[in-house]
Structures are given as structure tokens and as C-alpha cells.
Design a protein around this ligand. Structure first.
Ligand code: ATP
Length: 357
């Protein structure tokens, strides 16, 4: 990452009639970055990407690429390229013809086109003899790679991806996530990716933007968003989470309706008289053995036990709702549904979200 903003969005608004799909968005994406936009259905991800590639017009605001305005530039003249979930390959053409398509548009001569297509097959780790293969003879993963090769043949400044992996099965998706991350590193291109899948975003991205109702709720590296979400929405969107209302009185002493708090426990993030949400991820909650002390404890009835492959998730019914605990399979709890169990955690594994809303 060079640190220079390649793409800059200033006060972008997109309205469909009275409905505001994008609500005054500002964003900077750096050259060479793998930037992912995640958000629930209807949050505005596709609308935003359509504006960036020129498939739709902004209502107001500016899009700058390398400092030049491109929001009025027709899609075919923008140095960007989009990879769709549907891939949009030409089924009647061969793999080679598909990859060469952008080069043909640029009127490059046939031998140069073929050379470049073969290089791109190498780059995407497809055998060179796929050059003559029909698209209809390729598997889903191979088609995905051909679509990527064709996108790279445009030699765009930015590649946009609109949920390209969502139609594939789990294993293939996992393989392609890693391949895309690797391809990003090898090409040094700027990738802007949209997805519903948080896991996908976490595996691949340099930074992630969480979108909600046409705005960015938080933009940060994955660890920051997971560990230090700015709001309940981001905390809950980024996987399982436990949130407890907490306040500090005039002397800074903490109080909660549900948690038992060890005397003297303080949270730097919580100022005197303030109130908010204490967050702890399930993997940081411990089952408390008798006599074990934690800054925060509570007890509840074991409600459910769910196997998640290498981990086991427990749900505890408490007066403030369900509390989720996650353990490695080897640390499985020796208790039965309906048993009352105590859990605890210390302040250093928590995060505080101010202004509980
Ligand atoms: P998904 O993940 O389901 O694709 P998204 O986050 O990409 O969702 P968008 O497709 O960008 O969401 O839609 C954002 C909002 O704008 C939605 O409420 C949608 O109904 C609305 N919208 C999108 N396109 C149009 C349109 N052409 N006319 C009217 N409303 C639209």
C-alpha cells in the first residue's frame, strides 16, 4: 500500500425518487489496497459500486480517481473493471477468446493478444491448453478464474467485485478467497470488493467498511472492527457477541443489573457518570470453577450446546437474555442442559461502546 488515495468519494448521495440509497458518503481507498464493503441486504453496497463503475449516475457528490473527477465519465472510458457474481462470460466463445476480448476491443494484434492471454492463464494458475476450451466445458471455479483473467486483461486501475463467490459451494469459495488474496498480492492492483460474508471480508481485506442504511458505520482493519466495534450494529454484524449495559457512578465505580462486578474494577473507556455497552466475544468468556474470580461474573441456565466443527458454542439463559460462550472442542464443558453454570471474564478482554442506544 502506497498510502496515496487512489479513489476518493466526496459527499456522495444517491436517491431513487424520495428514497435515499446513499446518504452523503465520504471514502478514500488507497492504491494497492484490498478494500471490502460489507453490509446487510439493502444497505447500499451494489448501488455504490454501480456508481463507481459508471453503471448509474450520482445524485450529487464527486468521485475522484487520482485526483480527477470521473463521476461524469461514461463507464467504458473509466479505468475500472467489474467482476460480477454472474461472471458475464461469453458462453459461445473459448476461454482464450473470452480473456482476449478487452484486448480485441483495444485493437491489439492477434499474436500479442494470444501472448497476453497465455500469461493471464499462468497468472490464474489455469493450464495453457485451456486457451481453446469452451466456457461450457469449464467448472464453476475455472469460469471464475477466466472471468478474473478477462478483468485483468483490461488492465484496470481498480477491479471491482460484486459478490463474485456467493454462488459457489463452501470449499470452492474458501479456495478462491485465498486465491484472490494471493492474486491481489501478485498483481499489486487495487481491489474493491462487496460481500454479505463477513468471513470472506476478514480473510481477504486490508480494510473493511461496514455499511448500514446507505452510510458507513465503521471503516477499519478487520481486527479493529471485530475487537473494537463503534456500535451495537457493527458488534452484532461481526459475529457472535455478548453485550451488557453498564454504567459508572460519580466515583467511577461500575454497576450493572446483571453482572456481578469485582470491587475495584475500573474501565478506562468508561468515564464517571457515563453509560454504555460492555462487549465480550464468546471465545473470551470462561466457565468459572468454584473459587475462581473474574472482574465480571454471572450465572445462567445451560440452554443449548452447538457443535461448530473445531469449536463448541454454549448458550446460557440469563435474566438479561442469552449469553454465548465458545470453547475449543477439547475444552468441552462437563454439564447438562438445564444445569446452572457460572461464567466470568476480565476487563482486559472487553470493549466498551459508549452511549448505549
Ligand atoms: P444486496 O446485498 O441485497 O444486493 P445491497 O446492499 O447491495 O443489497 P442495494 O442493491 O444497493 O443494496 O440497494 C440499496 C437500497 O436501494 C435498497 O433499499 C433498494 O431497494 C434500493 N434500490 C436499489 N436500486 C434501486 C432502483 N433502481 N430503484 C429504486 N430503489 C432502488
Amino acid at each position: 500500500m502506497s498510502g496515496q488515495a487512489l479513489l476518493r468519494l466526496q459527499s456522495i448521495v444517491k436517491k431513487f425518487g424520495d428514497f435515499t440509497a446513499l446518504d452523503n458518503i465520504d471514502l478514500e481507498i488507497n492504491e494497492g489496497e484490498f478494500f471490502t464493503i460489507v453490509g446487510p441486504s439493502g444497505s447500499g453496497k451494489s448501488t455504490l459500486i454501480r456508481l463507481l463503475v459508471g453503471m448509474d449516475d450520482v445524485t450529487s457528490g464527486q468521485i475522484l480517481l487520482n485526483g480527477d473527477r470521473i463521476d461524469q465519465t461514461p463507464a467504458n472510458l473509466r479505468p475500472t473493471c467489474m467482476v460480477f457474481q454472474s461472471l458475464a462470460l461469453f458462453p459461445h466463445m473459448s476461454v482464450g477468446q473470452n480473456i482476449e476480448f478487452p484486448l480485441k476491443l483495444r485493437k491489439e494484434d492477434p499474436s500479442a493478444r494470444r501472448t497476453r492471454a497465455l500469461e493471464l492463464l499462468d497468472l490464474l494458475r489455469l493450464p495453457r491448453d485451456y486457451y481453446d476450451k469452451r466456457i461450457s466445458q469449464c467448472s464453476g471455479g475455472e469460469r471464475q478464474r477466466v472471468a478474473l483473467a478477462r478483468a485483468l486483461a483490461f488492465d484496470p486501475e481498480i477491479l471491482f467485485f460484486d459478490e463474485p463467490l456467493s454462488a459457489l459451494d463452501y470449499r470452492l469459495r474458501k479456495t478462491l478467497e485465498k486465491e484472490l488474496k494471493d492474486l491481489h498480492a501478485r498483481t499489486g492492483k487495487t481491489f474493491v470488493y462487496i460481500t454479505h460474508s463477513l468471513e470472506e471480508a476478514m480473510v481477504m481485506s486490508d480494510r473493511i467498511a461496514i455499511m448500514k442504511d446507505g452510510r458507513f458505520e465503521q471503516i477499519a482493519v478487520a481486527d479493529e472492527i471485530y475487537g473494537r466495534p463503534v456500535s451495537r450494529f457493527v458488534a452484532e454484524f461481526m459475529g457472535e457477541v455478548n453485550l451488557f449495559e453498564l454504567s459508572a457512578d460519580g466515583s467511577g465505580a461500575l454497576s450493572s443489573d446483571i453482572l456481578t462486578i469485582r470491587e475495584g474494577t475500573r474501565l478506562d473507556a468508561l468515564a464517571q457518570g457515563q453509560h454504555g455497552l460492555l462487549m465480550v466475544r464468546p471465545e473470551y468468556v470462561r466457565f468459572a470453577a468454584p473459587g475462581e474470580n473474574y472482574d465480571f461474573t454471572l450465572s445462567g441456565k445451560l440452554h443449548g450446546e452447538y457443535a461448530l466443527g473445531s469449536r463448541i458454542q454454549y448458550e446460557l439463559e440469563t435474566p438479561s437474555g442469552m449469553v454465548t460462550v465458545e470453547k475449543l472442542r477439547e475444552d468441552r464443558l462437563n454439564a447438562h442442559e438445564g444445569d446452572t453454570v457460572a461464567v466470568g471474564f476480565n476487563a482486559d478482554v472487553t470493549h466498551f461502546i459508549g452511549d448505549a442506544a
